[in-house]
Write a protein that binds this ligand. Structure first.
Ligand code: HEC
Ligand code: HEC
Length: 291
C-alpha cells in the first residue's frame, strides 16, 4: 500500500487514540456517566436507597428514601429523590436539583441538613452533577414519603456563596484526580476525617486520620485511618490490599468490614479511578491516630 492511502487510516487511528485516552470523559453520554457514578463511586443510593446502610440496598425502590440516620444532635431521614411528582423530586428542574446537591438549598429556600456532605459536593464538576441529574431522572418513580428530619441545632443559612460553575478535573494528574474522587465525588474524606469542632472536619491537621464514630442501623462503627502512617494507617499496605478493602469490604488489619462504607457500590469502580484514588491516599500527610 502506498503511503498516501495509508495516511488517512493512520490519522483516523490517531484520532480515536486521542479520543479514548486523551478525552475519555467526553466519550460517554451524561446518562452513561451518571449511571457509572451512581452504581460505583458516588453512590447517593448509599443513603437514599432503603436498606443500603445495612449493606442490602433494595434496588426495586432505588432512591426512594426513608432511611433513618441517627447521630448526635439530630435524627435525619433521607428523602425520596425518585422522579415521583408528589413524594419525590419529579417536579424539580435540573437547576433546582443541582442547587440542592451543591449548595444544600431546596427550591423553597430551606436548607438541607447533615449528614449529606454538601461541603464536598460544592466542588462537583458541572458535567458530573448534570450526569447525576440525568441518572436520577431515569430511575423508577416510587411513591414514598420520608419522615421529616429533626435537628437540635440551627442549620446554617447557607453552606457558602452560590456555586458559579465547576470545571472538569483533568485525569492526567492522577493524584489531583484522585483528590477529586475522594472528595467531591465519593466523600471518602468526610467519613474518614474527625471533627475539629462540631460540624467542621479537621481537614488541616487530620485529613483521612479516621476515628470518626458512626451510629446507625448498622450498629456502631468507627472509621479507619487511611493516611500513609505505617503503624496506625495504611502505609504498609500494598495497592492490592487497599483495593480489596475499598471494593470488597475486607481489611488487611481488621478483617471483614461493616457498613456504612459503600463497598457494595465501590466494587464497580473502574480500574483507572481506583488507581487515582490509591495514588491520592498515598499522597496524604501520614497522621498517627489509632481508631
Ligand atoms: C450521608 C448520607 C447522604 C448522602 C451520601 C447523600 N444524601 Fe442527599 N440527603 C440526605 C439527607 C439525610 C437529606 C435530608 C436532610 C434534611 O432533612 O434536611 C438529603 C437531602 C437530599 C435532597 C433534598 C430532597 C428533598 O426533598 O428535600 C436531595 C435532592 C438529595 N439529598 C440528593 C442527593 C444526591 C444527588 C446525592 C449524591 C450526589 C446525595 N443526596 C447524597 C443524605 C444523604
Ligand atoms: C459512610 C462513611 C464512609 C465512606 C463514605 C467511606 N468510608 Fe472507608 N471506612 C468507613 C468505616 C466505618 C470503616 C471501618 C470499617 C470496618 O472496619 O468495619 C472504613 C474503612 C476503610 C478502609 C480500611 C482501612 C483499615 O485500616 O482497615 C479503607 C482503605 C477505606 N475505608 C477507604 C475508603 C475510601 C477510599 C473511600 C472513598 C472511595 C471510603 N473509604 C469511603 C467509612 C466510610
Amino acid at each position: 500500500m502506498k503511503p498516501k492511502f495509508f495516511l488517512p487510516f493512520f490519522l483516523s487511528g490517531l484520532a480515536s487514540f486521542v479520543f479514548f485516552f486523551g478525552g475519555g470523559a467526553s466519550a460517554e453520554t451524561l446518562l452513561e456517566r451518571g449511571t457509572y457514578l451512581e452504581r460505583s463511586i458516588v453512590a447517593c443510593g448509599n443513603c437514599h436507597t432503603p436498606g443500603s446502610l445495612v449493606g442490602r440496598p433494595d434496588n426495586e425502590r432505588e432512591m426512594a428514601g426513608g432511611e433513618k440516620i441517627d447521630e448526635e444532635g439530630f435524627v435525619a431521614y433521607a428523602p425520596n429523590i425518585t422522579p415521583d411528582r408528589e413524594t419525590g423530586i419529579g417536579n424539580w428542574t435540573d437547576a433546582q436539583i443541582i442547587r440542592a446537591v451543591r449548595e444544600g438549598k431546596r427550591p423553597d429556600g430551606t436548607i438541607i441538613g447533615p449528614p449529606m456532605p454538601i461541603w464536598l459536593y460544592r466542588n462537583m464538576s458541572d458535567r458530573d452533577v448534570r450526569a447525576i441529574v440525568a441518572y436520577l431522572r431515569s430511575v423508577k418513580p416510587v411513591r414514598n414519603k420520608a419522615p421529616k428530619s429533626v435537628y437540635n441545632f440551627p442549620l446554617p443559612p447557607a453552606y457558602g456563596p452560590p456555586v458559579k460553575g465547576v470545571p472538569e478535573v483533568s485525569r492526567s494528574d492522577k493524584v489531583r484526580y484522585g483528590e477529586y474522587l475522594a472528595g467531591p465525588i465519593a466523600h471518602c474524606i468526610d467519613c474518614h476525617t474527625p471533627f475539629a469542632k462540631p460540624g467542621v472536619r479537621d481537614v488541616k491537621n487530620r485529613l483521612g486520620a479516621g476515628g470518626f464514630r458512626m451510629v446507625g442501623a448498622w450498629g456502631t462503627n468507627v472509621s479507619s485511618n487511611i493516611t500513609p502512617d505505617k503503624e496506625t494507617g495504611i502505609g504498609n499496605w500494598s495497592d492490592r490490599q487497599i483495593e480489596t478493602a475499598i471494593r470488597k469490604g475486607y481489611s488487611a488489619k481488621y478483617g471483614k468490614m461493616f457498613p456504612p462504607m459503600a463497598y457494595h457500590f465501590y466494587k464497580n469502580i473502574r480500574g483507572a479511578d481506583m488507581d487515582a484514588l490509591i495514588a491520592y491516599l498515598r499522597s496524604l500527610k501520614p497522621v498517627m491516630n489509632k481508631r
